[in-house]
Structure formats: structure tokens, C-alpha cells
Write a protein that binds this ligand. Structure first.
Ligand SMILES: [Zn+2]
Ligand SMILES: [Zn+2]
Length: 257
């Protein structure tokens, strides 16, 4: 039998409800949220929370921090890839908990506030978010620091902001040169056992998705971590992204013939 068997020791190999593999950097703690996977990035300089999950996920993130000995004063910043309810759902709560400044693209505040004017197929997203807000007692947080493409953030050995619009207009990834790893947000996702590019109903600007996929691919990061996935294997996730891109290339070539 040559099937690779994951060796699990309960503490070391499973963190925050997520199975961790060897293809995973030290200091990156995923948190299995209701829908998405927020992360806590930790090094000697403190911690950064990347995305805040669905309403109710904030408590999970706080517990994940506590497991690593991270208290509220250790949190340097909260970063948002975008303002959908499954990423900004815990924002107000975490902001109140740690008082750290929230960094995101300014276009995301409308999503956080629940006032973004969805059009076309994405109106479905607006309806789902409204239902989610109403059913959870959602409170909107505030973006304190506006991010722009190319901004260099000092945490976790340095994170470069990569504006990847399409899923939402202000959707951003974060590239860590130190770990050669791209956090790609919801540009694409591994969700319900399927790898897919941002689905139409969750996409504010469909024409921008593939240019952003190309931009992410051009970075050539060794590892990739999206906002939705099953197993924490950043090499396999990178391969899944590459497969999506290659499939698109094949379709494009067929259309040219
Ligand atoms: Zn999203
Ligand atoms: Zn999401």
C-alpha cells in the first residue's frame, strides 16, 4: 500500500480543528471557522490575525491565540482579505478584544457595513449575507488602515499586499517572501471537496477574477493558503491552484482553435 498515511499526534498535527502537514510554515495557526479558515500568524514580534471568520468565530480565534500564549496585547494587527461575512464576521468582536488596528482595502468597508450594491448573479451573495447578519446579531467593525497594492507590512517577517480584485473589488492577498507563501483569500477556494475559482454568485466583478488569478500565479510562490480549505498542506493547495490555472489555459487554447 503506497497511500500516504497522515501520522497524527493529537496536539502537534491537529490545530484549531485543522489537520496540519509537513508542508506548513512554523508560526501559522489555522482556525476552523463555521465557513472559512481564519489564521493567526505568530513570531517573536507578536501575532497578526488574518481574517476573522463568520460571526461566532471570534471566540475560536481567541482560543487559538490562547493556546499559543497570545494575549490581546500581543496582537499587532488584524488583516482582512475582504469584507464578506465569513471573513469579517468576527471583526468587531476581535477589535474590541485586542484593540489592534484593522488593515484592509478601503473598498471593503461597504461589505463590512453590509451596504455593498451587489449586481447580477452576486445579488445572491447579498441575500445570503443579509440572512447571515440577521441570524447572528452581526456587528460591523471598522477598517482603520487602508491597504494598497504593493504595501509592505512589517509582521511575520514581512507581508506584501497583493490587490487581487474580482471576488470583491478590494480583495487582497498577502505574500510572505520569508516563507515564499501567498495567502490568496477567496480568489479561489477548496470548498466541499472541490477546487474552484471564485464562484459567480460570490463574485463582485467576474471580469477581474482571471487577471487576478494570473497576477497571483506570476508571483510564483512555493506555497499557497486560501481562505477555505480542508487540510493544511500549502504545497498541495499550491498545486490545486496551478491545476485551476492549467485547466483555464487548456480551455483558452481550445477556444482559439
Ligand atoms: Zn468571500
Ligand atoms: Zn470566504
Amino acid at each position: 500500500m503506497d497511500r500516504k498515511v497522515l501520522v497524527r499526534t493529537p496536539e502537534a498535527r491537529r490545530l484549531g480543528g485543522v489537520t496540519i502537514t509537513d508542508n506548513w510554515p512554523t508560526g501559522l495557526y489555522p482556525v476552523r471557522g463555521v465557513m472559512s479558515v481564519p489564521h493567526v500568524l505568530v513570531d517573536a514580534g507578536g501575532a497578526v490575525v488574518l481574517d476573522t471568520g463568520f460571526p461566532g468565530d471570534a471566540a475560536r480565534i481567541v482560543r487559538a491565540c490562547a493556546r499559543q500564549g497570545i494575549g490581546p496585547r500581543d496582537v499587532r494587527a488584524i488583516l482582512l482579505t475582504h469584507g464578506h461575512i465569513d471573513h469579517a464576521g468576527g471583526l468587531a468582536e476581535l477589535q474590541a478584544w485586542c484593540g489592534a488596528p484593522v488593515h484592509a482595502h478601503p473598498a471593503e468597508q461597504e461589505h463590512v457595513d453590509g451596504v455593498f450594491p451587489y449586481a447580477g448573479a452576486a445579488r445572491v451573495c447579498g441575500v445570503l449575507e443579509r440572512v447571515g447578519r440577521a441570524g447572528t446579531g452581526y456587528r460591523a467593525g471598522t477598517i482603520d488602515v487602508a491597504l494598497r497594492d504593493g504595501d509592505e507590512l512589517p509582521w511575520w517577517g514581512g507581508l506584501r499586499v497583493v490587490h487581487l480584485p474580482g471576488h470583491t473589488l478590494g480583495h487582497c492577498g498577502f505574500y510572505s517572501a520569508k516563507h515564499d507563501l501567498l495567502f490568496s483569500g477567496d480568489l479561489w477556494a477548496r470548498f466541499l471537496m472541490r477546487t474552484q475559482v471564485s464562484p459567480r454568485i460570490f463574485t463582485s466583478a467576474p471580469t477581474l477574477v482571471w487577471p487576478s488569478m494570473a497576477k497571483a500565479r506570476a508571483i510564483g510562490a512555493r506555497w499557497m493558503v486560501p481562505g477555505h480549505y480542508d487540510i493544511a498542506d500549502a504545497a498541495r493547495l499550491r498545486r490545486r491552484f496551478e491545476e485551476l490555472c492549467a485547466e483555464r489555459d487548456r480551455r483558452d487554447r481550445l477556444e482559439l482553435v
